[in-house]
Ligand binder design. Structure first.
Ligand code: ADP
Length: 217
């Protein structure tokens, strides 16, 4: 399986990728997690990426494409299926991905859009907290519950880019740069969609049902 997950910030791509990677024994490559790790390691990549990420802007295409080229080649060498969460995010990245796959003589299984209305994205991102330990995300209710990560008990923090001002910018960046990828993949006959409104379990159920229908194992 070579899967691209598409959807706005807060659409649940990361959480669904976690479910799918266990069920289908594939690797999840989240470019956001990879960049946040680079920042906490203090690597050159992290230093380059931080100023863009803090503002909700995109890290330059050339940087992201270089990373993905290397990673997808590694996965192919290991004959390992993968899910891309957060890449591609621009048309040049999508073109580069298609070129990489062509060079590797393999095909994309599908680009799956998790469709969530914009107002719901804003609502989710403003109450979203992330685990320092396992990167799982969780939603805090108005009383501030839960206090620790429900998955591993780790400490929760609010990502800098999950603060109100940045959320609006990220959604604008998504609409301008990433939304055109829906047409890009549709034109190639690779786009599938699930309704991303509902509980995480409901959405996973819809995705798995789609995979069964498409004969994806
Ligand atoms: P979300 O999908 O919730 O916005 P991510 O964790 O996927 O969050 O990404 C966080 C930030 O990392 C983005 O706002 C952007 O700055 C950077 N980033 C991640 N993936 C890419 C990419 N493919 N191209 C450019 N920037 C990226």
């Amino acid at each position: 399986m070579r899967l691209v997950l598409l959807g706005g910030p807060g659409s649940g791509k990361g959480t669904q990728a976690d479910v799918l990677k266990e069920k289908y024994k594939v690797i999840k490559l989240s470019t956001g997690d990879l960049l946040r790790q680079a920042i906490s390691d203090g690597s050159d990549l992290g230093k380059q990426a931080k100023s863009y990420m803090d503002k909700g802007e995109l890290v330059p295409d050339s940087v992201m494409i270089g990373i993905l080229d290397k990673k997808t080649a590694e996965f192919e060498a290991k004959k390992q299926g993968y899910i891309l969460d957060g890449f591609p995010r621009t048309l040049p990245q999508a073109d580069a991905l298609m070129d990489m796959l062509k060079q590797q003589k393999v095909e994309l299984t599908m680009a799956l859009l998790i469709d969530v209305p914009e107002a719901e994205l804003v609502r989710r991102l403003s109450s979203r907290w992330t685990c320092k330990n396992c990167s799982a995300t969780t939603f805090k209710d108005p009383d501030g519950n839960p206090v620790v990560c429900p998955q591993c008990g780790g400490e929760l923090y609010q990502r800098d880019d999950d603060k109100k001002e940045t959320i609006i910018n990220r959604i604008e960046v998504y609409n301008k740069n990433t939304r055109p990828l829906i047409t890009f993949f549709k034109d190639k006959g690779l786009l599938e969609e699930v309704n991303g409104y509902g509980t995480f379990e409901e959405i996973s159920g819809r995705i798995i049902e789609l995979f069964v229908m498409k004969g994806i194992k």
